[in-house]
Design a protein around this ligand. Structure first.
Ligand code: ADP
Length: 669
């Protein structure tokens, strides 16, 4: 076995490989970009080498620098993970030339399967059924259109070098063909630098079923059963499961054997996935082979009890496969859901920002949460927006579906938009529960897959108010402890005391609606006047944003995370957001003894109200910051004067950036 390997990847897959390597006593070298200096995979590895700037083509795609890093650190082998260079035959060859073992198949197999065109021709020769279509070299528009007509509409135009659904267009009639072909070619050229396409019969309501295969260098070849990846959005996988629901043992054996035949035809070694498209009639066609570990490999690991990265390492080190076919058994059912930093409400646009709050439930033999980010990390525009893979296992599919729903409802993400609520809604759909899924599922049920309704507004307002009051009390206590400078205006805030005999008014905004809530301290808590009536509340702030609350005798635990004047309330898997309309409320965050005002969260400056030299009263609005699609007013922390402005309208600022310097007025002035 190896002593040291280099992982040419980042994020959850790099972390996952490091974990297995460590268990096997192998030392690990991580590589990273400037944007990833603090990333978890760097912290986890034994050594780490900086590759270059954030952009992937200047770091994770730099073959020369990766080889150099392996050489410098004395790594013997390189694991490419998935994405980046994992299916790059040149990289596999460059590793070989540098006497490094590439943990993957031979370059020849990567090349053969890298072009969908070549792969199909090869499979046809090997007697593997392929989707009726045209995959010739002649790329003339007339030829392609004739082929489409012969195959019969609807057809699918696919980029030959394709992946991730890019360059793929469905065409329903001949008249639309030319336009769609041009679009597919444009997309293919920009994504893969190769505009060749192939034409396939469009299979109606198909399932995507793929088989995990494994081969060693001694000619042994096995499969580890199949996965169903039919839950897709725009041809990209979202939810994957193993085994495929409803296959008969006979069908399972057949698809496994076909996959093995496909892999044998290209002299495969290592981990690979043979993807099939299965028509309504049950006919199985070869689609493509991925010559690497797949994102969704954990579901296979869960149902077979095997560690596929360990298998990869053993095979690459020259060992025989750990198990023969008859010893590989299938147990239970596993489902994976991909958690992305993307906004379903805005067409699934990637969302960037700081993960202010990130909580995943603890792992167990039933649950894996493969993740490459931590609370506090910055989700950047440079890489894939996947936050985590939530993988559950249970004895059968219905139990696994229930477990997945429950798990998703206890994940918490604040700071970036995510598809968490959307995934939760998807898994609650009755047709998903029945297992009646094909690749058109999401499109067909799009309107029914809606986020869970927010908790009742009175409850949200009560929890938010309680959080604000408790936080104020904490701040007041902290101030009282810092007696050193007790005359300072920082202390003049007549902090609302939960125990005192005080009354205050809290104002919130939710969307366009404003709420005004009177809070009156009472011996047994605080009396809040909410839209639907008054209730008495009390509670306590725990760690990690947890708020234990008693609302008129009803006890509940919620998570409330506050960023400046924005409050996110999470309760039972549903969430809501409120803006606290009180510039003074900001003083707690903006307070800085040095007289600087810092940005409480990353955002864009949309208005500068302060002028240098201007004297202002405590609470006067100075700067308006837009963050998380809301505006936040930064107010003067005390009476004083604006000394210097550091930014202007339109500037993007990081959290903690000094926005302006401020001179605190002398007491009594
Ligand atoms: P990519 O390499 O871009 O991921 P694939 O060839 O793997 O492209 O196909 C991705 C998805 O597109 C499949 O999982 C399936 O949902 C759909 N698809 C592919 N070929 C066909 C087809 N002939 N008919 C209908 N859907 C298809």
């Amino acid at each position: 076995m190896f002593e040291k390997i280099l992982i040419a990847n980042r994020g959850e897959i790099a972390c996952r490989i490091i974990r297995t390597a460590r268990r096997l006593g192998i030392r690990t070298v991580a590589v990273y970009s400037e944007a990833d200096a603090q990333a978890p995979h760097v912290a986890m590895a034994d050594e780490a080498v900086l590759l270059g700037p954030a952009a992937a083509r200047e770091s994770y795609l730099r073959i020369d620098r990766i080889i150099e890093a392996a050489r410098r650190t004395g790594a013997e082998a390189v694991h490419p993970g998935y994405g980046f260079l994992s299916e790059n035959a040149d990289f596999a060859e460059a590793c070989a030339a540098a006497r490094l073992i590439f943990i993957g198949p031979p370059a020849s197999a990567i090349r053969a399967m890298g072009s969908k065109q070549e792969a199909k021709a090869l499979m046809e020769q090997a007697g593997v059924p392929i989707v009726p279509g045209y995959h010739g070299a002649d790329q003339d528009e007339g030829t392609l259109l004739r082929a489409a007509k012969e195959i019969g509409f609807p057809v699918l135009i696919k980029a030959s070098a394709g992946g991730g659904g890019k360059g793929m267009r469905r065409v329903d009639r001949a008249s639309a063909f030319a336009a769609e072909l041009a679009a597919a070619k444009r997309e293919a050229l920009s994504a893969f630098g190769d505009d060749r396409v192939l034409i396939e019969k469009f299979i109606a309501q198909p399932r995507h079923i793929e088989v995990q295969i494994f081969a060693d260098g001694q000619g042994n070849l096995v499969h580890l059963f199949e996965r169903d990846c039919s839950i897709q959005r725009r041809y990209q996988k979202v939810v994957e499961e193993a085994p495929a629901f409803g296959l008969t043992p006979e069908q399972r054996r057949e698809i496994g054997a076909t996959a093995i035949a496909a892999a044998r035809a290209v002299g495969y070694v290592g981990a690979g996935t043979v993807e099939f498209i299965v028509g309504e009639s049950g006919s199985v066609y070869f689609m493509e082979m991925n010559t690497r570990l797949q994102v969704e490999h954990p579901v296979t690991e869960m149902v077979t009890g095997q560690d596929l990265v360990e298998w990869q390492l053993r095979v690459a080190a020259g060992e025989v496969l750990p198990l023969t076919q008859d010893r590989i058994v299938l147990a239970g059912h596993a489902i994976e859901a991909r958690l992305y930093a993307e906004d379903p409400a805005r067409g699934f646009l990637p969302s960037v920002g700081r993960l202010v709050h990130f909580h995943l439930p603890p792992e167990s033999f039933n649950l894996r949460t493969d993740s490459g980010v931590r609370q506090g990390d910055e989700v950047s525009i440079h890489y894939d927006a996947m936050l985590a893979k939530i993988v559950v296992w249970d004895e059968n599919r219905p139990a696994a579906v229930r477990r997945l729903r429950k798990t998703l409802s206890s994940c918490e993400i604040i700071g970036v938009a995510s598809n968490l609520d959307w995934l939760a809604a998807l898994t609650r759909h009755p047709r998903f529960e029945e297992g009646a899924v094909d690749t058109g599922f999401i499109e067909r049920h799009e309107t029914e897959i809606a986020a869970p309704p927010a908790p009742p507004i009175d409850i949200v307002l009560a929890l938010a108010s309680l959080h604000v009051l408790l936080r104020r009390e904490e701040d007041a206590k902290a101030r009282a402890r810092r007696v050193v400078d007790s005359w300072s205006p920082w202390h003049s805030a007549t902090g609302w005391r939960l125990n005192g005999d005080a009354r205050s008014v809290l104002r919130f905004r939710r969307g366009d609606v404003e709420f005004e809530i009177a809070a009156i301290a009472q011996p047994d808590g605080v009396r809040l006047t909410l839209p639907k009536g008054s209730i008495t509340v009390w509670g306590a702030l725990e760690e990690a944003g947890e708020l234990r609350a008693d609302l008129d005798g009803r006890r509940l635990t919620a998570t409330v995370v506050r960023q400046a004047n924005l409050l996110t309330v999470l309760l039972d898997g549903a969430s809501d957001r409120l803006e606290l309309l009180d510039p003074l409320a900001l003083t707690a965050v903006a307070e800085a003894p040095s007289g600087r005002l810092t940005a409480p969260m990353p955002g864009r400056i949309v208005e500068v109200l302060a002028r240098p030299g201007e004297t202002v009263k405590r609470g006067a609005a100075l700067i308006v910051l837009e963050a998380m699609k809301m505006e936040h007013t930064i107010g003067a922390p005390s009476d004083g004067a604006v000394a210097e402005l550091h930014y202007s309208v339109g500037d993007l600022v990081e959290e903690g950036t000094t926005l302006l310097s401020f001179t605190v007025a002398e007491a009594g002035q």
